[in-house]
Design a protein. Structure first.
Length: 92
């Protein structure tokens, strides 16, 4: 089976809802993440150095968000991967 990476602009603009809205604070400002696109933008716009400690979880979350942008059936797995990353990074 060959997996073709989705167009990143499609992923970052995806309006596919996650199964929850993540509410966190970043630099003292509230941030709400409720769609695949918002989560993808959040995880890919921060420096990779900031995610280094959680690289495996970060990579899993990004991959599942990319796949969920094309297949809404994967939003549960993508939501769980983002949650695991945020919990381990103590963002939630």
């Amino acid at each position: 089976m060959t997996y073709f990476a989705p167009d990143m602009s499609t992923v970052s603009s995806s309006e596919t809802p996650l199964r929850t809205t993540f509410r966190l604070r970043l630099n003292g400002k509230p941030v709400s993440i409720s769609t695949v696109g918002q989560a993808y933008q959040f995880l890919t716009t921060l420096s990779s150095i900031e995610w280094m400690e959680y690289r495996s979880l970060h990579d899993d979350a990004v991959e599942l968000l990319e796949r969920a942008a094309d297949n809404a059936m994967l939003t549960v797995q993508a939501t769980n991967a983002v949650r695991a990353l945020f919990v381990n990074a103590k963002l939630l």
